[in-house]
Design a protein around this ligand. Sequence first.
Ligand code: NAI
Length: 213
Amino acid sequence: MPAKNYISNSVIRRLPRYYRFLADLQKEGTTKISSGELSRRMKLTASQIRQDLNCYGGFGQQGYGYNVDVLRREIGAIIGVERRAPAILIGAGNLGKAITYFFDFPKYGCELVGIFDINPQLDGTEIAGISVRNMTKLTAFCTKNKPEIAILCIPKASAPAVCETLVESGVRAFLNFSHYDINLHFDGIIAENVHMGDSLLTLVYNVNNREKK
Ligand code: NAI
């Protein structure tokens, strides 16, 4: 339970980084870390880390630092990793397949419970042990299984109608690769929009403008 009622988005965005960083420390066998060392390694100030964690009650001990296992467990609990939100993936093409094979969903707090595609030839095929169902079965599936997250791996042109069906079926959270601006068209939903092309363009800009900096 947060110690503060309002947690800023930038704090929330840093939580996965803490969580990942602490997993690396666990792998190294580090059991405790001072706030100074943690801040040096993460390139954040110690006061930033303290402020972030204080939003949730703070987990360090003066003069001791942080217990790595405890802090990672606490941050996992804050994120809600153990609850495993049910997720579905729409679009079983190249990207959809890659994400299904690549992601260890439970590690990231969700469970992939279904995959859907409009192509009738894919109906009944499997990706990583999960059946691909035709889109005609989507609404009934949502009514029964109540997925909370949809991962959109479909073309932009297909996204408006698919989003409408999903929102009507109760889905409120999207991991959106489709380049369609869901937030502009639907109220009360949360979307993480992924644009790998934008990251590449930013990188290319920085490469091309390095001397000017
Ligand atoms: P793909 O053509 O291999 O797969 C698209 C799949 O979506 C196909 O299986 C197709 O049958 C299905 N589909 C199309 N309309 C549908 C609908 N209305 N309902 C359900 N399924 C539908 O394409 P790929 O390479 O997997 O890429 C998918 C989309 O993701 C593309 O539009 C691409 O622009 C985008 N993309 C976005 C990236 C990002 O960083 N945001 C990175 C890579 C791709």
